[in-house]
Design a protein around this ligand. Structure first.
Ligand SMILES: Nc1c(NC[C@H](O)[C@H](O)[C@H](O)CO)[nH]c(=O)[nH]c1=O
Ligand SMILES: CC(=O)[C@@H](O)COP(=O)(O)O
Length: 168
């Protein structure tokens, strides 16, 4: 089902673990910074509303969405104790096929990080046909994908922690 008709900021708060023990990483693209900052704020606010501690949240910026892959890889290598990383980007279609390659590249790269790394990497990259679609999904009429990503991140951090019960 498309985002339209659903609100990215709506979720069952009772079904979200407490994030107070989690170390949370965010890698944020500087391309379309107005959009990515709104996505970051949505994620940050969601983390805080579910008990996260500000000192346990680390943010790195990268030039563009394609650099999210390397940024997340290096963040995971640089902090032993991170429980999850969210990559945040906004890719907006232009005149050429570059959009296709950036979107596919980032998607494939982040998927590969989820295979290679011991921590989950949550995909919060808008891939829009125009700026209005981006505005609508970063705090506009369709909610904020950053909020959605933060809830996913908390749940995946909890899943990772639970999995250690079975195999430390
Ligand atoms: N056009 C957009 C880009 N393009 C830049 C690439 O992400 C990358 O930084 C460059 O190819 C150098 O490696 N990035 C976005 O995040 N959003 C865009 O709309
Ligand atoms: C996603 C992009 O790289 C794109 O915005 C670049 O625009 P263009 O295809 O017109 O060069």
């Amino acid at each position: 089902m498309a985002t339209a008709g659903n609100n990215l900021s709506e979720y069952d708060a009772e079904n979200v673990p407490n994030a107070k023990t989690f170390k949370l990483g965010l890698v944020v693209s500087e391309w379309n910074a107005d959009i990515t900052q709104n996505l970051f704020q949505g994620a940050f606010d969601a983390f805080m509303s579910h008990g996260a501690i500000k000192e346990n949240i680390v943010r790195w910026n990268v030039p563009g969405s394609f650099e999210l892959i390397y940024g997340a890889k290096k963040m995971a290598e640089s902090f032993d104790m991170l429980d999850v990383i969210i990559v945040i980007g906004s890719v907006i279609e232009g005149e050429t096929k570059h959009f296709d390659f950036v979107c596919q590249g980032v998607s494939n790269g982040v998927a590969q990080l989820n295979v290679e790394l011991d921590i989950p990497v949550v995909f919060c990259v808008l891939t829009d046909q125009n700026k209005q679609q981006s505005i609508d999904r970063s705090g506009g009429k369709h909610g904020n994908k950053g909020t959605e990503a933060a809830i996913a991140a908390i749940k995946m951090a909890q899943l990772r922690q639970d999995a250690k019960f079975y195999k430390p």
